[in-house]
Design a binder for this molecule. Structure first.
Ligand code: HEC
Length: 368
């Protein structure tokens, strides 16, 4: 019985993700035209099938990166179509990169076809993530140029921030203002990197918080590393209208309150995906209980029991789930949550803390 209902939940979730699948923006003709042009113009550096070299993260003696794979295994899918087009058109040379410019070699239509070709090599889940990220949430083309890792801007920044990882340096839509990710924060570089500004960049005309949108993209990436089997899922009743990811700790009062309203969320067509987030890490109050929940044969029941302070039925002792709880904790820290419950919409937008279901449901169902 239990197993049957688990399978059913699985099927429902799989079925729904197919329903939401996006068709490629390009046609078969574009792919075959693109294949020919790619082999002529790009394959010498990026490989016949855009696979390049597996060592694309290692710099050469001059500090330059080799051409990255474009087949979905590297970063190309982090960029929207506008940025991919611009990279091919303008290359990386003017920022100290090695990628040549193709604007005098290929027409706009031909550039689209080479992009279609390498995108056709992307695994389906990568394409779907890309399409979901840039189509549905009308993410701005924030960056128009990606700055190579060895540019003077990046170098200046590196001198000041010590060991923090710097990446995703991009031009913003504001002239001469650049955005860089430093660790899990964003900073803005002004006056050729002489000044750095930390804070949120907001477009007052549209009301969009561009910093949050960039962070949202990182959050989506982190969350999508968890499969449904990794988590405790309370599936929507009927059609899934929205997905809510929740970093939870069984011992936190507002997590318990949210859980007491989970039925209302499910009825409204919301699937809740619980990720474990032990407040206070390994020594925090919820760590052991979360591990028991993840060890339980029926995780949903165990989650409900634990959130109601009923511990008798929970499996005790160690099982192999510590790694999963640690992963949840690290993911939560990476996306910068400040407490539990931390709610994350499927576009990466965060809602810190508990919200009553009457308020939460409309917020989740509104179109992005
Ligand atoms: C001479 C070698 C070379 C050729 C030819 C070349 N590229 Fe590149 N490409 C690079 C390098 C190197 C980079 C990394 C950025 C830099 O150094 O400018 C890159 C970066 C890129 C990126 C950004 C990838 C990312 O992960 O951000 C795209 C997209 C791209 N190339 C597409 C193409 C296409 C399409 C063609 C053919 C029309 C092409 N390249 C031809 C060397 C090349």
């Amino acid at each position: 019985m239990k197993i049957r209902s688990l399978i059913l939940v699985g099927l429902l979730i799989v079925g729904q993700s197919f329903a939401a699948e996006k068709e490629p923006w390009y046609s078969k003709q574009q792919v075959s035209q693109g294949e020919r042009l790619f082999r002529q113009n790009c394959a010498s550096c990026h490989g016949q099938n855009a696979e390049a070299t597996p060592d694309w993260k290692k710099t050469d003696a001059n500090g330059n990166y080799p051409p990255p794979p474009l087949n979905g295994t590297a970063h190309a899918w982090h960029h929207d179509l506008g940025l991919l087009r611009r990279t091919v058109r303008e290359g990386g040379a003017k920022l100290g990169g090695q990628m040549p410019a193709f604007e005098t070699v290929l027409s706009a239509e031909e550039i689209d076809s080479v992009i279609a070709f390498f995108q056709s090599k992307w695994p389906d889940d990568i394409y779907q993530r890309w399409a979901g990220r840039f189509e549905s949430s009308e993410l701005p083309s924030l960056g128009d140029i990606v700055v190579p890792a060895n540019s003077s801007l990046t170098k200046l920044l590196r001198q000041r921030v010590g060991n923090a990882k710097i990446d995703d340096v991009q031009e913003t839509s504001i002239k001469d203002v650049w955005q860089a990710r430093v660790g899990n924060q964003y900073v803005y570089l002004l006056d050729n990197g002489k000044y750095a500004l930390m804070g949120d960049l907001v477009n007052l005309e549209t009301g969009r918080n561009l910093t949050e949108q960039s962070q949202g993209a990182d959050v989506v990436e982190t969350i999508s590393e968890f499969s449904d089997e990794d988590l405790v899922i309370f599936a929507a009743k009927g059609e899934t209208k929205a997905i809510l990811n929740v970093f939870t700790d069984t011992s936190c009062p507002y997590c318990q309150k949210l859980h007491s309203e989970i039925g209302q969320l499910q009825e409204a067509g919301i699937t809740v995906r619980y990720l474990p987030y032990p407040r206070g890490g390994k020594n925090g109050p919820g760590y052991e209980t979360l591990r028991s929940v993840w060890c339980a044969e029926d995780r949903n029941q165990a989650m409900t029991d634990a959130k109601n302070d009923r511990f008798e039925g929970l499996p005790s002792g160690d099982c192999t789930q510590s790694a999963m709880i640690d992963r949840g904790y690290q993911a939560g820290n990476r996306v910068g949550i400040r407490g539990t419950p931390a709610l994350v919409k499927s576009n990466g937008e965060k809602i810190e803390g508990y919200r009553p279901y009457q308020e939460l449901i409309p917020q989740l169902l509104q179109q992005p």
